[in-house]
Design a protein around this ligand. Structure first.
Ligand code: PEP
Length: 261
């Protein structure tokens, strides 16, 4: 029997937040942190705010992540940021293959795969995003799409490397749209992902894997989503830009977590 893990909740700020805005949001989160000890909180600011965020999060339990990286360590790649640069800035996590990067910047499962290896080599924990479009869901292609993203994106990972990554199921039709997957819709895919991981790496590894959900997570749906067996936390976009809603999402997930103990 799998026990519920403490909620893992990451806030993807996307292309938002200047340095003064970063200071103000993080000071509120840092203040609230001690009241949320059951959750693992991660903030994922834009590159320009990482250094400032790292300073503000020093000596707190809130961790830092980046939204992307390039797979080479250094060189003539104008505009790119490498794994060692992110580690050096104080990042512990990096998002890879977010649907917005796949959609606007031509990320593929192949580039996702290279980035996962690059992140691990730099000691970063990848948060790997997968999920289907609305057309794919309506054509009953959700499971084949997710299966193919897992197969290609995670290709070549050893069991040890696999145990260091976090998977985020993010149905594209639910991102930034206000249209959340129902807990049952999310759970169906999350359970499938865990079963696939079990097939490849065994039950123990699959059961330890952190698989989070993303797509219009809000204070009002956090509790019911987190109640699902295979949802270990959230990747939160819009609602992570305000301290109050991010904290409320966390509190609701903690409430669901405590009921399972
Ligand atoms: C995201 O950015 O990964 C996301 C899920 O965004 P939102 O919560 O705004 O849907």
């Amino acid at each position: 029997m799998r026990h519920k893990k403490p909620p893992f909740i990451a806030g993807n700020w996307k292309m938002h937040m200047t340095i003064p805005e970063t200071r103000s949001l993080l000071s509120a989160l840092v203040k609230a942190g001690p009241d949320l000890p059951e959750a693992q909180l991660v903030v994922i600011p834009p590159f320009t705010a990482l250094s400032e965020a790292a300073k503000l999060l020093l000596d707190t339990l809130i961790q830092l992540g980046a939204q992307n990286l390039f797979w080479e360590e250094k060189g003539a790649y104008t505009g790119e940021i490498s794994g060692p640069m992110l580690s050096d800035t104080g990042c512990r996590y990096v998002v890879i293959g977010h649907s917005e990067r796949r959609q606007y910047f031509d990320e593929t499962d192949g580039s996702v795969n290279k980035k996962i290896f690059a992140a691990l080599k730099s000691g970063l924990i990848p948060i790997v995003c997968i999920g289907e479009t609305l057309e794919e869901r309506e054509a009953k292609q959700t499971i084949p799409k997710v299966e193919s993203q897992l197969r290609q994106g995670l290709s070549g990972l050893s069991a040890a490397q696999f145990s260091e990554i976090i998977l985020a199921y993010e149905p594209i039709w639910a991102i930034g749209t206000g249209r959340t997957a129902t807990p049952a819709q999310a759970e169906e895919v999350q359970a499938f992902i865990r079963a696939k991981l079990a097939e490849k790496h065994g039950n123990e590894a699959a059961s330890c894997a952190i698989i989070i959900y993303g797509g219009s997570v809000k204070p009002a749906n956090s509790y019911s989503l987190f109640k699902e067996k295979n949802i270990d936390g959230f990747l939160v976009g819009g609602a992570s830009l305000e301290a109050e809603s991010f904290i409320q999402i966390t509190k609701e997930a903690i409430r669901a977590y405590k009921e399972e103990q």
